[in-house]
Write a protein that binds this ligand. Structure first.
Ligand code: SAM
Length: 265
C-alpha cells in the first residue's frame, strides 16, 4: 500500500499480501466464486479496464471530469469486476492516484493479478474492506467515487445508511463523493410480487416507501452539487425473475440511475 493511502487507516489490516490490505469483510460482499473468476479471466477485466462506457455518457463523463479537475487521490467503493469510474479516470490521466476497494477478496485479488500481468499503469492501489465499517480515520479522504456501490450493499435501508455515514465520516471537510446510484419503483415492484405470488425481497415494506438517493444523501448531511440522469429504463426479463413476472403482468417497473456529485458539509 502506497502513500497517501497507508497513512489514512485507523487500524492495521487483518492480513497484508502483495501490497494489499485485507480487512476480512467477505461476509458483507457479493458471493463470487471460481465460476466468476473464470468469466473474469476470459477477457472481462481487460474489456472493463479499457471500456469507454462512462466516457461516452454525459452524466458519468461529468463525474470523471470533476474527479480529474479536483486532482486529489480518490477511493473507489465496491469496485467489483468493473472497477467503477477508475478505468475512465486512468484512461484520461494515467498517473491519477487511485485506490480501488471492495468487500470481496476474490475480485480484489483478480484485479491485482490482471493489472500485474497486463498493464503498466502506476498509482492504482487495492484494498479489501466493507463500506459498513471503513477502516479510515475521520476526515481523511478527499474524494470517493462509485458505480452502484451503495445500491449493492446488503441489510436494506439500514445498510445504505451505515455505508453512507461511513463515507461521510471519513471524507475531509468539503470532500467530494462522485457516485452513480440506482433507484427502482418499489410500489410497482410490490404490485408485481403481490399479483405474481412471488415472495417480496427482504426490506421491501409497503408502509415505508423507499427513500430516493437524494433523500438519503441529504439525510446524512451531504450537499447535492449536481444530479443528472445516467440511465432510465424498465426492468425486463433479462434482468431477473421479477422483470420476467413484470413483463408477463404488463406492469412497468422503472429503474432510474442518476449520477451525483456530493459534497460533505
Ligand atoms: C454490482 S457490483 C457494483 C458494480 C461495480 N462498481 C462495477 O463497476 O463493476 C457490486 C459490488 O459491491 C460489492 N459490495 C457489496 N456490499 C459491499 C460492502 N458492504 N462493502 C464493499 N463492497 C461491497 C460486492 O462485493 C460487488 O463487488
Amino acid at each position: 500500500m502506497n502513500k497517501p493511502f497507508c497513512d489514512w487507516f485507523s487500524r492495521p489490516p487483518v492480513r497484508r499480501y502483495d501490497g494489499i490490505y485485507y480487512y476480512d469483510s467477505d461476509r458483507d460482499a457479493d458471493c463470487f466464486d471460481e465460476s466468476d473468476v473464470d468469466i473474469w479471466r476470459s477477457g472481462r477485466m481487460k474489456r472493463n479496464f479499457h471500456s469507454d462506457f462512462f466516457l461516452n455518457n454525459p452524466a458519468s463523463r461529468r463525474l470523471v471530469d470533476a474527479i480529474i479537475a479536483q486532482g486529489d487521490p480518490v477511493v473507489e467503493i465496491a469496485c467489483g469486476p468493473g472497477m467503477g469510474l477508475m478505468p475512465s479516470v486512468k484512461q484520461l490521466v494515467p498517473d491519477h492516484v487511485c485506490l480501488a476497494t471492495d468487500a470481496n477478496s476474490l475480485v480484489i485479488e483478480e484485479w491485482k493479478r490482471y493489472l500485474d500481468g497486463n498493464e503498466t499503469i502506476k498509482n492504482l492501489d487495492l484494498a479489501q474492506f466493507s463500506l459498513m465499517d471503513i477502516p479510515f480515520r475521520d476526515n481523511t479522504v478527499p474524494a470517493y467515487s462509485g458505480y452502484i456501490g451503495l445500491s449493492s450493499t446488503r441489510n436494506g435501508e439500514e445498510g445504505h445508511e451505515r455505508a453512507l455515514r461511513e463515507i461521510h465520516r471519513t471524507l475531509t471537510g468539503n470532500g467530494f463523493f462522485y457516485t452513480i446510484e440506482t433507484w427502482m419503483d418499489t410500489e410497482a415492484m410490490l404490485r408485481v410480487f403481490r399479483e405474481s405470488g412471488m415472495t417480496p425481497w427482504s426490506g421491501l415494506e409497503s408502509d415505508h416507501p423507499t427513500p430516493t438517493w437524494r433523500e438519503r444523501f441529504l439525510q446524512v448531511g451531504f450537499e447535492i452539487v449536481s444530479e443528472d440522469v445516467f440511465e432510465s429504463r424498465t426492468l425486463t426479463a433479462d434482468d431477473n425473475e421479477l422483470g420476467e413476472a413484470a413483463e408477463q403482468l404488463g406492469i412497468g417497473i422503472s429503474v432510474i440511475s442518476k449520477a451525483y456529485i456530493l459534497q460533505k458539509n
